[in-house]
Ligand binder design. Structure first.
Ligand SMILES: [Zn+2]
Length: 691
C-alpha cells in the first residue's frame, strides 16, 4: 500500500472541487506538425555529427510540443525555446542532469520531510489530533510542483533534453544502457503529464468518497439468521470483504458448524455482489437478516426492505469518470489502464494477463485442489479459494512469545538500539553496514498498526512507525515491526547505495513488499527459534500458490471490467453491475469451476479494492511471484549479500531488475515447479518425511 499512500498524499488538497474544466489557454498539443518539423530541422542542421543527437532532437521536440499550451506561447515562441534550450554537447548535458538530480533531491526531500512533520500528530501516538492537525495533515506541500515546473519552463527543458522512453523501449534498449543513460531515461519519466490541479482534486475527492463507502460497509454477524431462524454467529461487526473473508478462514477446522458459517458468509457476499442485500442491514444492528431468503425482521417481525440501489457500482463508475478526466492531459499514458500497468507497474496489461492465464491454467492447480480435498475430507466449494490450511502453524504459544518480545523491547529505544541491529546481524550484514542502516532509521511510536515512511533525501532518515503498548511490544506488534523494518532497509539502501538520485527506489510496489516479507517470515528466527518442521518449505510454497490462484482471478475481473468500461463509457451503474458479474462468472468458469464446483459463481467480484483502490489488484499476485523468486534466490546467497548485491540496481524496469537479481525475468515457472515438488512432499506418508 506504500505507493498508493504517496499518490493520495500528492493529490490530497484541501477543499473539494466539483469537476474538472478545460479552457482554451490550457489546451495542449496545439503546435502543428509543420512547426515541429521546422524546429527539428533547425536543430539537426546546427548539431549534425554529434553522436545520437538526431534521435534526441526528434524525441525531445516532439514530446515537448505535445505538452505545450497556448498559455506557454506561440508556435514561434516554442521554436525559439527549443533552439535556445536544447543541449547538444554530452558533457554539458551530463552537468545539466547532475544539477537537476541535486535540485530534485532538495525539492522532493523537503516536500517529504514537510509532509512527515505536518502529519506527526496524526501518525504518532499521543493526544487526539485536533481539526487543525487534520487540515495540516491533508495539506500537500508538493501539490503545485508540476504546475510550477511547467510555468517556469523547467519541465520543458527536462523533456527537451531528457526525452521519455516507453517501458517496452526501456526493456529492450535499456539492456545496453549505461547507468547514466538510465538516469537520463528516468529524468524523462518526470514530466509526462500536465494534469490541472482541479482534475486531481476531483479525483482525490472521488477516491476518498469511495474509500469512505468501503470503510463503513460492515455486516452485523450477530444479526444473521439461518433457515431455522437461529443466530449462528456471535455479535460482531465485520467489514466487507476482508473481515468476512478472514472470519471464513477461521472456520476450517470446525466441522459441520464451521461449514454452515462459511456457506452463510458466501451467501452474504453474493448478496453484496448482486446488490440484492437490503440497504437497511448494512452497518446497522437494528435488523435481523436471513441472507438465503433475503427476508429482514425488526424486533422479531418481518419488515419490507429495499435492496441497496447499485451504490457499489455507482462508486466504481464514478471512479472511472474521475480517472478518465486525466486521460486528456497524459499524452504518454492516455488511459487509466495504461497508467496503472505501464506507468505504475511498468508491465503491460497483456503481459500480466498472460502471466496469470499461464498460472491459472496450469495442471498444478487441479493437483493442489485435490490435495486440499483430501486434507478437508470434502468436495471444494467456491469460497475455498480462501482455504487457509497451508499456513505452517507455529507450535509456539503467542502469549509466551509476547512475554518474550515485551521483555526484549519494552520501548522504542530498545527496538531501535537492540532489535534492529540484532536482525541485521542475523541476516549477515557487516558491523559497518549495520551501523549505517540503523543510524538512518528513526523509530517512532505509531498511532495505527505501524508503517514505514521513506526519506527522499540523503540528509533525512526513514521512519519506522511501530505500536508499543505501555508494557512493551507484543508479538503481533513485533511481527509488523519486522515487516516495516524490511521496508526501511530497502528504502535506506535504495536511497544511499543507488548511484543516481532519479534511479532511487525499486521498480514498483511489489519489489519493496517482497523484501518486507523476506524479513517478516524470519521473525521467529530473530527471536532464536529454529523451525525444524520438514514440511514447512512445502507448506510455504503451497500457501503462496493458492493465494496467487485466488487473487489472480480477482485481478483479471478488475482488469476486464475496466477494459469494458473504456469500450462503454456511457454505461449506467446497473449495466456495469451486470457486466462485472458476467465477467466474474466467465473468469470463474474458465479457471475455477472445474475444481471448486458450481458454474457461474460471481465470488471473484467481491474484492473491496475494486471499489476503493481502482486497478490495484494485479499488484498482489505480481508481488507474490517476485517474493517467491527472491526467496528461491536466497537459498543460494546470504540474505545480506543478496540485498546488497540486488537492491542498489534501483529503479530499473521489473524485467531487467529481476534478470539482475535472480538471472531470469518475472515468471510463474519457479512457483509452478516448486508446487509440483511440494505436492510430492506433502502427499508422502508422514513416516517417510524424515526428521
Ligand atoms: Zn508492506
Amino acid at each position: 500500500m506504500k505507493r498508493i499512500m504517496t499518490f493520495m498524499l500528492a493529490t490530497a488538497v484541501v477543499g473539494l472541487v466539483a469537476g474538472c474544466k478545460q479552457n482554451n489557454e490550457t489546451v495542449m498539443n496545439n503546435i502543428d506538425k509543420k512547426c515541429v518539423e521546422k524546429t527539428v530541422k533547425a536543430l539537426n542542421d546546427r548539431y549534425s555529427g554529434i553522436d545520437g543527437v538526431e534521435e534526441r532532437i526528434g524525441r525531445g521536440v516532439g514530446q515537448a510540443s505535445a505538452l505545450w499550451t497556448v498559455a506557454d506561447g506561440t508556435p514561434a515562441d516554442f521554436e525559439a525555446f527549443c533552439e535556445e534550450n536544447f543541449v547538444a554537447d554530452p558533457a554539458e548535458r551530463a552537468r545539466m542532469a547532475e544539477q537537476l538530480e541535486q535540485n530534485f533531491e532538495s525539492l522532493w526531500g523537503c516536500f517529504n520531510k514537510m509532509t512527515v512533520d505536518l502529519n506527526l500528530p496524526i501518525h504518532l501516538d499521543g493526544p487526539e489530533p485536533t481539526s487543525l492537525d487534520e487540515l495540516f495533515g491533508a495539506y500537500s506541500p508538493s501539490a503545485h510542483f508540476n504546475d510550477d515546473m511547467f510555468d517556469q519552463k523547467i519541465a520543458f527543458i527536462v523533456v527537451l533534453n531528457f526525452p521519455f522512453y516507453t517501458p517496452e523501449e526501456k526493456n529492450t534498449l535499456g539492456k545496453d544502457w549505461s547507468r547514466q543513460e538510465w538516469a537520463y531515461a528516468r529524468l524523462g519519466d518526470i514530466f509526462t503529464a500536465r494534469v490541472p490541479a482541479d482534475c486531481l482534486q476531483a479525483l482525490s475527492a472521488q477516491l476518498s468518497a469511495a474509500d469512505n463507502y468501503i470503510a463503513n460497509y460492515n455486516i452485523q454477524m450477530g444479526h444473521l439468521l439461518d433457515a431455522s431462524g437461529a443466530h449462528i454467529f456471535p455479535d460482531m461487526s465485520l467489514i466487507s470483504h476482508w473481515g468476512l473473508r478472514d472470519e471464513l478462514k477461521t472456520h476450517y477446522n470446525d466441522g459441520e458448524e464451521g461449514l454452515a458459517k462459511q456457506r452463510m458468509i458466501y451467501q452474504v457476499m453474493r448478496r453484496i455482489i448482486d446488490q440484492s442485500i437490503p440497504q437497511c442491514v448494512i452497518n446497522n444492528p437494528e435488523y435481523d437478516w436471513n441472507p438465503y431468503s433475503n427476508t429482514v425482521a425488526k424486533d422479531g417481525k418481518e419488515v419490507n426492505a429495499e435492496p441497496e440501489p447499485d451504490t457499489r457500482y455507482q462508486y466504481f463508475l464514478d471512479n472511472f469518470h474521475a480517472m478518465r478526466q486525466l486521460d486528456h492531459y497524459n499524452p504518454r499514458y492516455p488511459t487509466a489502464i495504461v497508467r496503472a500497468f505501464e506507468e505504475d507497474m511498468e508491465v503491460s496489461f497483456e503481459e500480466i494477463e498472460k502471466l496469470f492465464d499461464n498460472f491459472c491454467s496450469s495442471p498444478q492447480v487441479g493437483e493442489v485442489a485435490k490435495l486440499i480435498e483430501q486434507r478437508m475430507g470434502r468436495k471444494l466449494e467456491p469460497f475455498d479459494i480462501w482455504y487457509d490450511g497451508f499456513k505452517s502453524r507455529s507450535t509456539l504459544n503467542e502469549d509466551d512469545l509476547s512475554a518474550q518480545t515485551r521483555r526484549l523491547y519494552p520501548d522504542r529505544e530498545a527496538f531501535a538500539t537492540k532489535g534492529m541491529p540484532l536482525i541485521l546481524n542475523q541476516l549477515g550484514f557487516s558491523q559497518a553496514k549495520n551501523d549505517f542502516i540503523c543510524s538512518h532509521i528513526t523509530v517512532d511510536p505509531s498511532r495505527g498498526a505501524g508503517h514505514a515512511w521513506e526519506s527522499a533525501m540523503k540528509c533525512d532518515n526513514a521512519r519506522l512507525r511501530t505500536r508499543i503498548g505501555k508494557d512493551g511490544m507484543d508479538y503481533k506488534g513485533y511481527n509488523i515491526a519486522v515487516h516495516e523494518f524490511g521496508h526501511n532497509v530497502e528504502q535506506t539502501i535504495t536511497l544511499h547505495d543507488v548511484d543516481h538520485y532519479v534511479m532511487k527506489g525499486v521498480p514498483n510496489t511489489a519489489f519493496t513488499e517482497a523484501l518486507a516479507f523476506v524479513f517478516q517470515v524470519r521473525d521467529l528466527d530473530f527471536l532464536g527459534y529454529k523451525n525444524d518442521d520438514p514440511t514447512s518449505d512445502a507448506m510455504f510454497t503451497l500457501d503462496i500458490f493458492w493465494s496467487c490462484y485466488e487473487i489472480m482471478g480477482v485481478a483479471l475481473v478488475d482488469m476486464y471490467s475496466w477494459r469494458w468500461l473504456y469500450d462503454h463509457p456511457e454505461a449506467t451503474a446497473a449495466q456495469l453491475k451486470a457486466q462485472v458479474i458476467k465477467t466474474a462468472q466467465e473468469v470463474w468458469n474458465k479457471y475455477y469451476a472445474q475444481y471448486l464446483g458450481e458454474e457461474n459463481s460471481p465470488i471473484l467480484a467481491i474484492y473491496s479494492h475494486m471499489i476503493d483502490v481502482p486497478l490495484y489488484l494485479a499488484n498482489y499476485p505480481y508481488g507474490h511471484i517476485i517474493e517467491f523468486q527472491l526467496e528461491q534466490q536466497l537459498k543460494c546467497e546470504s540474505v545480506a549479500g543478496a540485498i546488497e548485491r540486488i537492491y542498489p540496481a534501483g529503479r530499473l524496469t521489473p524485467q531487467l531488475w529481476m534478470r539482475n537479481a535472480v538471472g531470469s525475468e518475472v515468471s510463474t515457472q519457479p512457483l509452478l515447479d516448486a508446487a509440483s515438488e511440494a505436492l510430492k512432499t506433502l502427499s508422502a506418508p508422514v513416516t517417510e518425511q524424515g526428521k
